[in-house]
Design a protein around this ligand. Structure first.
Ligand code: FES
Length: 222
């Protein structure tokens, strides 16, 4: 068993639990800040430190295992700046990115964003790609970002790297990558009503019938 502290109160929990599981073991019910439990949704970014060591560390609560004398607390969601924009009225350029996120110019390369990333992404590098207007590089390098917000929480200049990268991926998808022919074909099929009968049939099924249908999906057998 390990000693951990939640909001200053000491608990004993089995070794091998994640922060999330340890909090639940201690009786906390996690309703917010908890989603996929598998490092995909980015809902569980959290901070922790240790007895006699106040330095804050950052992690995903669903992945980080508890350690002896770990201090945990509940923290609010990271409410980072999220300007709204109309993708249809934009250009895929560096100037466009700076217009929406001018704080990008103030990055002085401390690398805190990279060090805080639970996905081990090279956040600072793709922020400099964004500054140069290399939207493709940002889109590729940030592809595995789960939008947990830890990079923004650590940036001393107030940058929101995960939203900047999201803008770049949107611009890349909208203006740079070629249009997908099979997607166009599928949209045309949907608009022609090719799947209407099947959708109607599904809508009229009971929950049990839907479950059986799901279990019989070919994809599960292959
Ligand atoms: S709960 Fe989804 S990333 Fe941790």
């Amino acid at each position: 068993m390990l000693d951990i502290y939640i909001m200053g109160k000491r608990y004993q929990v089995p070794e091998g639990l994640t922060i999330q599981a340890a909090m639940e073991y201690c009786g906390y019910r996690l309703i917010r800040g908890c989603g996929c439990r598998a490092a995909f949704c980015g809902a569980c970014g959290t901070v922790y430190n240790f007895k006699n060591d106040p330095t804050l560390r950052y992690a995903l609560a669903c992945q980080k295992l508890v350690e002896q004398d770990m201090y945990l607390t509940q923290i609010p969601f990271f409410p980072a700046a999220k300007p709204s924009y109309d993708l249809e009225k934009m250009e895929p350029t560096g100037e466009q990115i700076l217009k929406i996120y001018p704080e990008l110019l103030t990055c002085f390369g401390c690398n805190n964003c990279t060090k805080s990333c639970p996905q081990d992404l090279e956040v600072m590098w793709y922020m400099s790609d964004a500054l140069r207007g290399d939207i493709k590089e940002v889109a590729i390098k940030s592809f595995d970002c789960i939008m947990c917000g830890l990079c923004a929480a650590r940036c001393p200049q107030g940058l929101v790297p995960y939203n900047i990268a999201l803008l770049c991926r949107r611009l890349y998808g909208r203006y740079v990558t070629p249009r997908s022919k099979h997607l166009d074909d599928r949209i045309a099929e949907i608009e022609e009503g090719k799947f209407d009968a099947e959708i109607k049939e599904l809508q009229n099924m009971s929950l049990e019938e839907l479950r059986q249908r799901f279990d019989k999906r070919k994809i599960l057998k292959e």
